[in-house]
Ligand binder design. Structure first.
Ligand SMILES: C[S@@+](CC[C@H](N)C(=O)[O-])C[C@H]1O[C@@H](n2cnc3c(N)ncnc32)[C@H](O)[C@@H]1O
Length: 280
């Protein structure tokens, strides 16, 4: 990639069709439950100021706002204006901190040094081209003694449901929309890699662990529809109807539950890290 070329992995969520499907089909089953895991691991207390980086449709930001309460403050930042615009339409729970939406890259946050108690980043790292610069910028905006919480899919483990979307697209002869898009390892990190990036940026007391979580769709159809919330959705729209139908039929087969019409249960695994800004 040269400087004049947009980073297509980072802008993968720019399409306006993606956010609504992300929020309807992926957030309730995958990203919402994982947000609880991340925030439980990190801890967000009443009155705290929280930044959610790569916030997407705001799944983590809304949960953090509920934990921070009306005396708290939450900023939801993302490079995709489309994701943030949808986030702003989703109501926050009663008694939650107000949420401000900020369109910005993680490596250039227009925010003051040392202005947050907690910085959160769920599944943003796989899309950042410069991970060390992202970690350094997240540390810059943390107060001394503040907490960073980060999660990323675990290297070497199956990536449900995305492995199935990738396999079906590749089988249908679709071209990857950005480099490595059909290599699911590029969306994951190993524990040691996460530790290295965070310690390399200057974070202290880095705790890194792999956590498993079962995700459950009510049926194969809703698991199949999750593909519309991924950066692969615009590719489906470009397929002739019969090829798209065949791809969706293949996904329904891949997700077919043991009992016809039953729930689809899959195990996901993520590396969850908690680290502290030095000083304080
Ligand atoms: C898989 S989504 C995760 C969204 C949200 N954190 C969640 O858990 O639902 C990845 C998000 O990273 C954002 N993103 C990618 N590159 C970014 C960058 N350089 N700076 C900020 N956000 C970025 C995308 O726009 C997308 O919303």
């Amino acid at each position: 990639m040269n400087d004049s070329e947009p980073d297509r992995r980072t802008i993968a969520f720019a399409a306006s069709s993606v956010p609504e499907s992300y929020e309807s089909h992926l957030a309730p089953v995958v990203f919402g439950p994982w947000a609880e895991v991340l925030i439980d691991a990190v801890g967000v207390r009443l009155g705290q100021e929280v930044l959610d980086v790569a916030s997407g449709t705001g799944v983590v930001a809304r949960l953090a706002a509920a934990r921070a309460g009306t005396a708290g403050r939450v900023v939801a930042s993302d490079v995709s204006g489309a994701m943030l615009a949808h986030a702003a339409t989703v109501p926050s729970p009663a008694g939650a901190a107000p949420i401000e939406y900020l369109e910005a890259s993680v490596t250039e946050l227009p925010l003051d040094d040392g202005s947050f108690d907690v910085v959160l980043c769920q599944q943003g790292m796989p899309f950042f081209t410069n991970r060390p610069a992202a970690a350094a910028e997240m540390l810059r905006v943390l107060r001394p003694g503040g907490t960073l919480g980060l999660s990323v899919w675990a290297a070497g483990r199956p990536l449900e449901p995305f492995d199935h979307y990738i396999a079906a697209l590749a089988q249908a002869g679709v071209e990857p929309p950005f480099a490595g898009a059909f290599d699911s390892e590029t969306f994951k990190m190993a524990e040691g890699n996460v530790r290295m990036v965070l310690e390399g940026a200057g974070l202290a007391s880095v705790d890194v662990r792999t956590i498993e979580h079962e995700v459950v769709w009510p049926d194969a159809e809703s698991a199949t529809l999750g593909i519309l919330g991924t950066p692969f959705a615009p590719l489906l729209g470009q397929l002739p109807p019969e090829r798209r139908d065949a791809l969706e039929a293949q996904l329904r087969r891949r997700f077919s539950p043991p009992a016809p019409g039953g729930a689809v249960r899959r195990t996901t695994a993520a590396v969850v890290a908690r680290a502290t800004a030095p000083g304080g």
